[in-house]
Design a protein around this ligand. Structure first.
Ligand SMILES: Nc1ncnc2c1ncn2[C@@H]1O[C@H](COP(=O)(O)OP(=O)(O)OP(=O)(O)O)[C@@H](O)[C@H]1O
Length: 246
Protein backbone atom coordinates (compact mmCIF):
# COMPACT_ATOMS: atom_id res chain seq x y z
CA UNK A 1 0.00 0.00 0.00
CA UNK A 2 1.14 3.51 -0.83
CA UNK A 3 0.84 5.47 2.42
CA UNK A 4 1.69 9.18 2.32
CA UNK A 5 1.13 9.66 6.03
CA UNK A 6 2.17 7.10 8.60
CA UNK A 7 1.53 8.06 12.19
CA UNK A 8 2.31 5.86 15.22
CA UNK A 9 1.44 6.86 18.77
CA UNK A 10 2.15 10.50 17.98
CA UNK A 11 1.99 12.61 21.12
CA UNK A 12 2.32 16.29 22.02
CA UNK A 13 2.49 17.58 25.55
CA UNK A 14 2.52 21.19 26.69
CA UNK A 15 3.98 20.92 30.21
CA UNK A 16 1.92 18.24 31.90
CA UNK A 17 -1.07 18.73 29.56
CA UNK A 18 -1.33 16.10 26.79
CA UNK A 19 -2.87 17.88 23.78
CA UNK A 20 -2.40 14.92 21.40
CA UNK A 21 -2.36 11.51 23.01
CA UNK A 22 -0.78 8.57 21.09
CA UNK A 23 -2.65 8.92 17.83
CA UNK A 24 -2.01 6.25 15.16
CA UNK A 25 -3.26 6.11 11.57
CA UNK A 26 -2.15 5.84 7.94
CA UNK A 27 -3.38 7.86 4.98
CA UNK A 28 -3.20 6.37 1.48
CA UNK A 29 -2.15 8.18 -1.66
CA UNK A 30 -5.10 9.95 -3.32
CA UNK A 31 -7.32 9.56 -0.28
CA UNK A 32 -9.50 12.30 1.24
CA UNK A 33 -8.96 11.89 4.96
CA UNK A 34 -11.28 13.84 7.26
CA UNK A 35 -9.86 14.82 10.63
CA UNK A 36 -12.76 15.60 12.93
CA UNK A 37 -13.02 16.60 16.55
CA UNK A 38 -14.73 19.15 18.75
CA UNK A 39 -13.02 22.44 19.65
CA UNK A 40 -9.85 21.78 21.59
CA UNK A 41 -9.71 18.07 20.66
CA UNK A 42 -6.14 18.47 19.38
CA UNK A 43 -6.61 18.60 15.58
CA UNK A 44 -4.53 21.71 14.89
CA UNK A 45 -1.76 20.55 17.22
CA UNK A 46 -1.62 17.19 15.40
CA UNK A 47 -1.71 18.85 12.00
CA UNK A 48 1.12 21.22 12.90
CA UNK A 49 3.34 18.23 13.77
CA UNK A 50 2.49 16.54 10.46
CA UNK A 51 3.27 19.73 8.52
CA UNK A 52 6.74 20.01 10.06
CA UNK A 53 5.79 23.11 12.08
CA UNK A 54 6.22 21.64 15.54
CA UNK A 55 8.11 18.72 17.06
CA UNK A 56 6.24 15.80 18.62
CA UNK A 57 6.97 14.96 22.25
CA UNK A 58 6.82 11.23 21.51
CA UNK A 59 5.82 8.74 18.85
CA UNK A 60 6.67 8.48 15.16
CA UNK A 61 5.34 9.92 11.93
CA UNK A 62 6.35 10.31 8.33
CA UNK A 63 4.74 12.57 5.75
CA UNK A 64 5.41 12.12 2.03
CA UNK A 65 8.12 9.66 3.14
CA UNK A 66 9.91 12.20 5.37
CA UNK A 67 10.46 11.98 9.11
CA UNK A 68 8.68 14.61 11.23
CA UNK A 69 11.67 14.97 13.58
CA UNK A 70 14.55 15.04 11.13
CA UNK A 71 13.17 16.21 7.79
CA UNK A 72 10.82 19.10 8.51
CA UNK A 73 12.15 21.24 5.64
CA UNK A 74 11.59 18.44 3.13
CA UNK A 75 8.08 17.93 4.44
CA UNK A 76 7.31 21.63 3.96
CA UNK A 77 8.47 21.45 0.32
CA UNK A 78 6.29 18.43 -0.42
CA UNK A 79 3.03 19.58 1.10
CA UNK A 80 0.50 22.34 0.61
CA UNK A 81 -1.21 24.02 3.54
CA UNK A 82 -4.34 26.11 3.78
CA UNK A 83 -5.86 27.37 6.97
CA UNK A 84 -8.94 29.45 7.58
CA UNK A 85 -6.86 31.82 9.66
CA UNK A 86 -3.92 32.33 7.34
CA UNK A 87 -3.66 31.61 3.66
CA UNK A 88 -3.39 34.60 1.34
CA UNK A 89 -2.12 38.15 1.69
CA UNK A 90 -5.21 40.35 1.58
CA UNK A 91 -3.25 43.47 0.58
CA UNK A 92 -1.58 41.81 -2.40
CA UNK A 93 -3.39 41.24 -5.68
CA UNK A 94 -4.56 37.83 -6.89
CA UNK A 95 -1.59 37.66 -9.26
CA UNK A 96 0.93 38.85 -6.63
CA UNK A 97 -0.27 36.11 -4.26
CA UNK A 98 0.22 33.49 -6.99
CA UNK A 99 3.72 34.81 -7.72
CA UNK A 100 4.62 35.00 -4.03
CA UNK A 101 3.53 31.49 -3.09
CA UNK A 102 4.93 29.98 -6.31
CA UNK A 103 8.25 31.58 -5.33
CA UNK A 104 8.08 30.35 -1.73
CA UNK A 105 7.53 26.82 -2.99
CA UNK A 106 10.56 27.09 -5.27
CA UNK A 107 8.80 27.19 -8.65
CA UNK A 108 10.58 28.74 -11.62
CA UNK A 109 9.48 32.16 -12.94
CA UNK A 110 8.25 30.93 -16.33
CA UNK A 111 6.43 28.03 -14.70
CA UNK A 112 4.67 30.45 -12.32
CA UNK A 113 3.65 32.65 -15.25
CA UNK A 114 2.39 29.84 -17.45
CA UNK A 115 0.55 27.86 -14.78
CA UNK A 116 -0.61 31.04 -13.02
CA UNK A 117 -2.33 32.23 -16.20
CA UNK A 118 -4.04 28.85 -16.53
CA UNK A 119 -5.09 29.05 -12.91
CA UNK A 120 -6.75 32.49 -13.09
CA UNK A 121 -8.51 31.38 -16.30
CA UNK A 122 -9.81 28.16 -14.71
CA UNK A 123 -11.03 30.06 -11.66
CA UNK A 124 -12.71 32.70 -13.85
CA UNK A 125 -10.60 35.42 -12.22
CA UNK A 126 -8.88 36.86 -15.32
CA UNK A 127 -10.50 40.27 -14.80
CA UNK A 128 -9.81 40.18 -11.07
CA UNK A 129 -6.11 39.25 -11.35
CA UNK A 130 -4.98 42.78 -10.43
CA UNK A 131 -7.53 43.21 -7.64
CA UNK A 132 -6.52 43.01 -4.00
CA UNK A 133 -7.44 39.65 -2.52
CA UNK A 134 -9.09 41.49 0.38
CA UNK A 135 -11.74 42.76 -2.05
CA UNK A 136 -12.85 39.28 -3.15
CA UNK A 137 -15.85 37.49 -1.64
CA UNK A 138 -14.90 34.87 1.00
CA UNK A 139 -15.83 31.90 -1.21
CA UNK A 140 -13.50 33.12 -3.96
CA UNK A 141 -10.70 33.71 -1.47
CA UNK A 142 -11.07 30.11 -0.29
CA UNK A 143 -11.02 28.72 -3.84
CA UNK A 144 -7.96 30.81 -4.66
CA UNK A 145 -6.24 29.83 -1.40
CA UNK A 146 -6.78 26.15 -2.17
CA UNK A 147 -5.50 26.57 -5.74
CA UNK A 148 -2.41 28.36 -4.43
CA UNK A 149 -1.83 25.63 -1.82
CA UNK A 150 -1.64 22.99 -4.59
CA UNK A 151 -0.01 25.23 -7.22
CA UNK A 152 3.38 23.53 -6.78
CA UNK A 153 1.72 20.10 -7.18
CA UNK A 154 2.47 18.78 -3.69
CA UNK A 155 1.96 15.14 -2.77
CA UNK A 156 -0.41 16.10 0.00
CA UNK A 157 -2.42 19.14 0.99
CA UNK A 158 -3.48 19.95 4.56
CA UNK A 159 -6.70 21.94 4.88
CA UNK A 160 -7.60 23.36 8.28
CA UNK A 161 -11.31 24.28 8.25
CA UNK A 162 -11.03 25.49 4.66
CA UNK A 163 -14.70 26.40 4.09
CA UNK A 164 -15.62 28.18 7.33
CA UNK A 165 -18.31 30.80 6.98
CA UNK A 166 -19.58 30.16 3.43
CA UNK A 167 -22.90 28.81 2.17
CA UNK A 168 -23.48 25.12 1.27
CA UNK A 169 -23.39 25.76 -2.51
CA UNK A 170 -20.00 27.47 -2.33
CA UNK A 171 -18.77 24.66 -0.06
CA UNK A 172 -19.96 22.11 -2.63
CA UNK A 173 -18.02 23.95 -5.38
CA UNK A 174 -14.97 23.94 -3.16
CA UNK A 175 -15.33 20.18 -2.76
CA UNK A 176 -15.48 19.75 -6.55
CA UNK A 177 -12.01 21.30 -6.59
CA UNK A 178 -10.87 18.86 -3.90
CA UNK A 179 -12.11 15.92 -6.00
CA UNK A 180 -10.21 17.23 -9.03
CA UNK A 181 -7.03 17.44 -6.95
CA UNK A 182 -7.40 13.86 -5.70
CA UNK A 183 -8.06 12.66 -9.26
CA UNK A 184 -4.64 14.17 -10.07
CA UNK A 185 -3.09 12.07 -7.28
CA UNK A 186 -2.94 14.66 -4.50
CA UNK A 187 -3.83 13.36 -1.05
CA UNK A 188 -6.15 15.57 1.02
CA UNK A 189 -6.06 15.82 4.80
CA UNK A 190 -8.91 18.04 5.96
CA UNK A 191 -10.38 19.26 9.23
CA UNK A 192 -13.95 20.45 9.27
CA UNK A 193 -16.83 21.14 11.61
CA UNK A 194 -19.37 20.61 8.82
CA UNK A 195 -20.84 17.12 8.86
CA UNK A 196 -22.02 17.29 5.24
CA UNK A 197 -18.34 17.66 4.34
CA UNK A 198 -17.43 14.71 6.54
CA UNK A 199 -19.66 12.61 4.28
CA UNK A 200 -17.52 13.58 1.26
CA UNK A 201 -14.37 12.07 2.79
CA UNK A 202 -13.16 8.54 2.02
CA UNK A 203 -12.32 7.97 5.67
CA UNK A 204 -12.76 9.97 8.82
CA UNK A 205 -11.11 9.97 12.20
CA UNK A 206 -12.85 11.50 15.19
CA UNK A 207 -10.67 12.94 17.94
CA UNK A 208 -11.93 13.35 21.49
CA UNK A 209 -9.73 14.94 24.18
CA UNK A 210 -6.49 14.24 22.31
CA UNK A 211 -7.27 10.62 21.32
CA UNK A 212 -8.65 9.11 18.12
CA UNK A 213 -11.89 7.48 19.22
CA UNK A 214 -13.12 6.28 15.82
CA UNK A 215 -11.67 5.87 12.34
CA UNK A 216 -13.42 4.45 9.28
CA UNK A 217 -15.41 5.26 6.13
CA UNK A 218 -18.50 7.42 6.84
CA UNK A 219 -20.90 4.58 5.91
CA UNK A 220 -19.08 2.13 8.21
CA UNK A 221 -19.15 4.60 11.11
CA UNK A 222 -22.88 5.19 10.66
CA UNK A 223 -23.42 1.44 10.71
CA UNK A 224 -21.26 0.94 13.77
CA UNK A 225 -22.95 3.71 15.76
CA UNK A 226 -26.41 2.86 14.41
CA UNK A 227 -26.71 6.47 13.24
CA UNK A 228 -28.58 8.08 10.29
CA UNK A 229 -26.01 10.80 9.79
CA UNK A 230 -22.42 11.73 10.55
CA UNK A 231 -23.88 14.43 12.78
CA UNK A 232 -25.29 11.72 15.01
CA UNK A 233 -22.03 9.69 14.95
CA UNK A 234 -20.09 12.79 15.90
CA UNK A 235 -22.51 13.68 18.69
CA UNK A 236 -22.33 10.18 20.18
CA UNK A 237 -18.53 10.33 20.22
CA UNK A 238 -17.98 13.94 21.23
CA UNK A 239 -20.71 14.41 23.86
CA UNK A 240 -18.49 12.98 26.61
CA UNK A 241 -15.59 15.32 25.75
CA UNK A 242 -14.11 17.22 28.66
CA UNK A 243 -12.40 19.89 26.55
CA UNK A 244 -14.02 22.47 24.31
CA UNK A 245 -17.45 23.98 24.59
CA UNK A 246 -19.72 20.94 24.17
N1 LIG B 1 1.06 26.14 22.65
C1 LIG B 1 0.18 25.62 23.50
N2 LIG B 1 0.40 25.62 24.83
C2 LIG B 1 -0.49 25.09 25.69
N3 LIG B 1 -1.63 24.47 25.32
C3 LIG B 1 -1.91 24.44 24.02
C4 LIG B 1 -1.04 25.00 23.02
N4 LIG B 1 -1.58 24.79 21.79
C5 LIG B 1 -2.74 24.14 22.01
N5 LIG B 1 -2.94 23.93 23.32
C6 LIG B 1 -4.10 23.24 23.94
O1 LIG B 1 -4.18 21.97 23.34
C7 LIG B 1 -5.56 21.60 23.15
C8 LIG B 1 -5.78 21.25 21.71
O2 LIG B 1 -5.76 22.43 20.93
P1 LIG B 1 -5.94 22.42 19.33
O3 LIG B 1 -5.86 23.84 18.87
O4 LIG B 1 -5.00 21.43 18.74
O5 LIG B 1 -7.44 21.88 19.19
P2 LIG B 1 -8.34 21.80 17.89
O6 LIG B 1 -8.93 20.42 17.88
O7 LIG B 1 -7.59 22.22 16.70
O8 LIG B 1 -9.50 22.84 18.22
P3 LIG B 1 -10.26 23.90 17.27
O9 LIG B 1 -11.29 23.11 16.52
O10 LIG B 1 -10.87 24.83 18.27
O11 LIG B 1 -9.25 24.56 16.40
C9 LIG B 1 -6.40 22.78 23.65
O12 LIG B 1 -6.82 22.49 24.98
C10 LIG B 1 -5.42 23.93 23.62
O13 LIG B 1 -5.74 24.89 24.60
Amino acid sequence: MDNVIVCKELTKRFGDFTAVDKISFDVERGEIFGFLGANGAGKTTAMRMLCGLSYPTEGEASVAGYNVYKEQERIKKNIGYMSQKFSLYENLSVWENIEFFGGVYGMKRNEIKERGEQLVATLGLVHEAKKMVGALPLGWKQKLAFSVAIFHQPKIVFLDEPTGGVDPITRRQFWDMIYEATAAGITVFVTTHYMDEAEYCNRISVMVDGKIEALDAPAKLKEKYDADSMDDVFYQLARGAKRGDN
